[in-house]
Design a protein around this ligand. Structure first.
Ligand code: DUC
Ligand code: ZN
Ligand code: ZN
Length: 466
């Protein structure tokens, strides 16, 4: 008599599983890239022993920038291969980058261009947001509604930056389309005129070093724009995601809106938990390594961002991965950047470091529990952006997107291990306890023990619906 073949392609055995709600011990049976069973004594053609490890939903990073044009002579450090490679090594199974509309071009052409850049290049799954920089009649009337229907139901608008900032009226027009199409607006909330005014004054005073980037974008500028964006969303009766919140005042604006019953969501990022403006003080141009917006603040702001994560004011914890090389004239050391912080490319890498930092500083140090970790790194991203329950949880029927974590593995964070396209990490030297030792996308192991095992091009685009 022949033996019955194993029921599953792959079984993850003996792990402790955490979702956003529960902790339980069982085996996971995987078939055709999806979770087919949770149970005891499951048998598979292949098996992974997760004894002593956490088995978590793979991380979803819903805020990353990849291959985005960033100004004349500046080149972003990551393409889709290098960014998703680093994402996989850092325990992520899906990332959400942006298709940015460039002035004078259509949104549809931006979407096609980013798909062409990503096609055949990705190690993890990818799903695109849009960035709207020119809300023309045809964008609002035709392109946006069609793109929402095609699976791009979230778009970012900027309240600051030359060539990107929208007026309040334009934001209202975008929000109107979001209401009609049930899409989600994401906002970069900083007051453009405050920043322009302070930047001019600082330059006039000869204060041009990278550290003055932080002085040019004070908390008041973020708080005011956050409050205004929330008012515009309230008027428009739409949900709003305030991304990369850096401090208490902005966080409290969001909390107040939530208490009023408004559907205002918030996001914070590793730089606001573990960096401060003092990191921009480095000698020569070293401070440029930390130039991002909003800038890292102070220890009290870090505490506020932790509180926002602990108390659910922030639904998501993302990297805002926006990488430039440091020692490179097309990166942070662009010749113009030496003349003023105004020209230093704005953004820092973080897609590979996000999860280890939150695990170590959050879970291991007792600031958040494992369920909150899963919620703010995976489940809430899937729910907010329309990927749930296909992604973001461990449940029968979900994609087998899984990260296995060794909660006791202690290592110093170095750029080498992250394998992104940049030449530094702003988190160099942090002592991290708890590392992802295996990342699996749709049942396929894409990273194991710090080694990439996935295939370029295995990552797929995932259309979304809210
Ligand atoms: N905003 C982002 O979301 N990323 C990088 C730069 C910025 O201003
Ligand atoms: Zn932004
Ligand atoms: Zn960003």
């Amino acid at each position: 008599m022949s033996e019955r073949p194993p029921a599953f392609d792959l079984v993850v055995r003996n792990g402790r599983i955490a979702t956003a709600a529960d902790v339980f011990a069982c085996d996971i049976g995987i078939r055709d890239g999806r979770i087919a069973a949770l149970g005891e004594g499951l048998a598979g053609r292949e098996e992974i022993d997760a004894t002593g490890k956490w088995v978590l939903p793979g991380g979803i990073d819903s805020h990353v920038h990849i291959s985005q044009p960033s100004g004349e002579g500046i080149v972003m450090a990551d393409d889709f291969a290098s960014a998703t490679r680093s994402a996989a090594l850092g325990g992520n199974t899906t990332v959400l980058p942006f298709c940015m509309q460039e002035s004078g071009t259509t949104l549809r052409s931006a979407v096609s261009a980013y798909h062409a850049k990503a096609e055949g290049e990705c190690y993890v799954d990818v799903s695109f947001h849009l960035i709207i920089t020119d809300p023309s009649e045809s964008v609002l009337g035709q392109e946006l509604p069609a793109l929402v229907a095609d699976g791009y139901p979230s778009f970012k608008v900027f309240m600051t930056y030359e060539g990107l900032a929208l007026t309040d009226r334009q934001i209202l027009e975008v929000m109107e389309v979001a209401r009609q199409t049930r899409a989600l607006v994401m906002v970069h909330a900083e007051n453009y005129d405050i920043i322009r005014f302070l930047t001019d004054r600082l330059e006039q005073d000869g204060r041009t070093a990278p550290r003055y980037h932080a002085a040019s974008r004070p908390i008041i500028a973020e708080r005011e724009a956050t409050s205004r964006a929330i008012s515009l969303a309230e008027l428009s009766d739409v949900p709003l995601m305030v991304v990369h919140v850096s401090n208490r005042e902005a966080m409290e604006e969001i909390r107040r809106a939530q208490a009023k019953g408004l559907k205002i969501l918030g996001e914070t990022c590793p730089q606001y938990l573990v960096l401060t403006a003092a990191d921009l003080d480095g000698l020569n141009m070293e401070g440029a390594k930390y130039v991002c917006s909003p800038p890292p603040r102070d220890p009290a702001s870090q505490e506020a961002c932790w509180e926002g994560l602990q108390q659910g004011v922030f639904a998501t914890f993302s990297s805002d991965h926006c990488p430039f090389r440091y020692d490179d004239p097309q990166g942070k050391l662009t010749p113009k950047g030496r003349t003023s912080f105004r020209w230093v490319p704005n953004g820092i890498p973080g897609v590979g470091a996000r999860l280890p930092i939150l695990f170590s500083e959050g879970v291991v140090k007792g600031r958040i529990d494992i369920n909150r970790f899963v919620a703010v790194t995976a489940t809430n991203h899937a729910k907010v952006y329309g990927l749930y329950p296909k992604k973001g949880t461990i449940a029968v029927g979900a994609d087998a997107d899984i990260a296995i974590w060794d909660p006791e593995l202690t290592r110093t964070l170095t750029h080498d291990a992250l394998q992104d396209g940049s030449d530094y990490t702003p988190y160099e030297g942090m002592e991290i306890t708890g590392w992802p030792v295996l990342t699996m996308v749709r049942g396929r192991v894409v990273a194991r023990d710090g080694v990439l095992t996935g295939a370029k091009g295995f990552g797929q685009h995932v259309p979304r619906r809210l």
